[in-house]
Write a protein of this length. Structure first.
Length: 447
């Protein structure tokens, strides 16, 4: 079978869970004698609308990278994930490769061109959901005040979320709306220079209207949606996806090394693994550790690199940890050495403030018998059971997080009990078997 895996961005430049999962899926499919290509976005600063294709091989898998300037696109296109130039390139690639099936693991940087192109070529497409870009304009169900949204996409609600929030933004929006059209573009550039970011808020109303006119019908062209949690299923169904198309299936991860064994340490070793970005809640974790009464008994290691546009956030975290000898930033870790990392870890902490999908770091940790301390966001609930294989604290509650860390510090028996219940949920090999069944089912209905 010839398969094209589509994902928003890819290794080696981007190193998140989606990228790693996509590569593992490709390798597992290749081991079963399937031909696999990865089609991905590659954001490139070029200040024009051109889209070019770069082809290379990454660890034995053919990769086709669409290079274009995402930020240069209009907000109308970015809000709806609709760009004709990107769609045309994807269509040309699929026409050349002639795959049997297209499997997306994220749409954002490829936009909905993946769906449009497959539909125009009558190719079946399935989607393993790893984010919420098809059902939430921000893609993370997090409002501007950092509270979690639980509602269906709707014009007034989403426009309020994406529109101006501060008095300055409201004033700038009003000025821009009163500006003659011939002067509006230069003014927008000046506004963005003034506030130091994209001024998408001035376009909130038309961009959300366009998104909701364009996306819903297109979403129905996806043959099957594989989601890792009941929460993701519920949000997709709430937004109009047929429950008969949605399949709950956890992500598969690599099995631990056969000779995996924990190293000994006099300190209790906590860790965070993943992209360093605000929604992951690392600032809460640092504050909790600073509050601990006996810092010499614990060690916190932050594994991961800054996500896009998160450089200042990382710098703030590092400055905060400067005086804390028990907090270490280890930087990027090669996922091929993941078992070695877990051999030096006693407890994984996942303090996310967004709802999450089903964090692969949790699945990997559990496969290595590592217990989890996590926030009570919905995407984690299927994986971590309080007092069984981990401990839960209320979202964004630093005192609650500090309390759970202290409990582990004061009770080795608790850590041992939680570790004994942390188990592998699904291997990548089992995941591929499940995916192949979906492929065969979809292809049978298309023939």
């Amino acid at each position: 079978m010839k398969i094209v895996l589509c994902t928003h961005r890819f290794l080696p430049r981007f190193t998140g869970g989606v990228e790693i999962y996509t590569l593992r899926l490709a390798h597992a499919l290749q081991k079963q004698e399937h031909t696999v290509y990865i089609l991905t976005g590659e954001p490139t600063a070029r200040k024009n609308l051109t889209v070019t294709v770069k082809e290379d091989d990454y660890k034995g898998t053919s990769v086709l990278r669409l290079q274009y300037d995402y930020e240069y696109r209009s907000i109308i296109h970015r809000a709806s994930y609709n760009d004709p130039l990107i769609t045309a390139q994807i269509r040309a690639i699929l026409q050349r490769l002639q795959p049997d099936i297209v499997h997306a693991t994220s749409f954002s940087l490829l936009m909905s061109g993946t769906i449009e192109a497959t539909s125009s070529l009558n190719l079946p497409i399935i989607y393993t959901a790893t984010d919420f870009v098809l059902t939430c304009r921000r893609g993370i169900y997090l409002k501007k005040d950092n509270s979690i949204c639980t509602e269906k996409e709707e014009i007034a609600r989403c426009t309020a979320c994406m529109g101006p929030q501060t008095q300055l933004e409201k004033l700038l929006t009003r000025v821009w709306q009163l500006t003659p059209q011939r002067l509006s573009h230069p003014l927008l550039s000046q506004i963005e220079q003034l506030i130091g970011k994209k001024a998408d808020f001035v376009h909130a109303t038309p961009s959300i209207q366009h998104r909701l006119n364009y996306l819903p019908a297109l979403r129905q062209k996806i043959e099957r949606i594989i989601v890792p949690s009941t929460y993701m299923r519920d949000m997709f169904v709430l937004n109009g996806f047929s429950p008969h198309k949605v399949i709950i299936s956890p992500y598969g991860v690599e099995m631990p090394m056969v000779n995996f064994k924990k190293t000994h340490s006099a300190k209790l070793r906590f860790g965070f693994i993943g992209r360093i970005t605000f929604i992951k809640g690392i600032h809460l974790l640092l504050e909790a550790f600073i509050r601990l009464p006996e810092p010499d008994r614990v060690q916190l290691t932050i594994y991961g690199s800054a996500d896009v546009k998160s450089g200042q956030y990382v710098q703030t975290l590092q400055n905060k940890a400067t005086q804390q000898s028990n907090i270490n930033f280890a930087g990027f870790i090669n996922n091929e050495n993941i078992s070695q990392l877990y051999s030096q870890l006693d407890i994984l902490i996942v303090p996310s403030i967004w709802p999450e999908n089903s964090p692969i770091t949790i699945l990997e940790a559990q496969a290595h018998n590592i217990p989890i301390i996590a926030s009570d966001v919905k995407g984690i609930a299927d994986l971590v059971q309080h007092e069984v294989n981990g401990l839960i604290f209320a979202n964004q509650d630093i005192d609650g997080l500090t309390s759970q860390i202290t409990r582990c510090l004061n009770s080795p028996d608790l850590v041992a009990r939680l570790s004994s219940k942390s188990r592998l949920i699904k291997s990548i090999q089992e995941d591929v078997e499940s995916v192949l069944k979906v492929y065969k089912e979809v292809l049978a209905t298309k023939s």
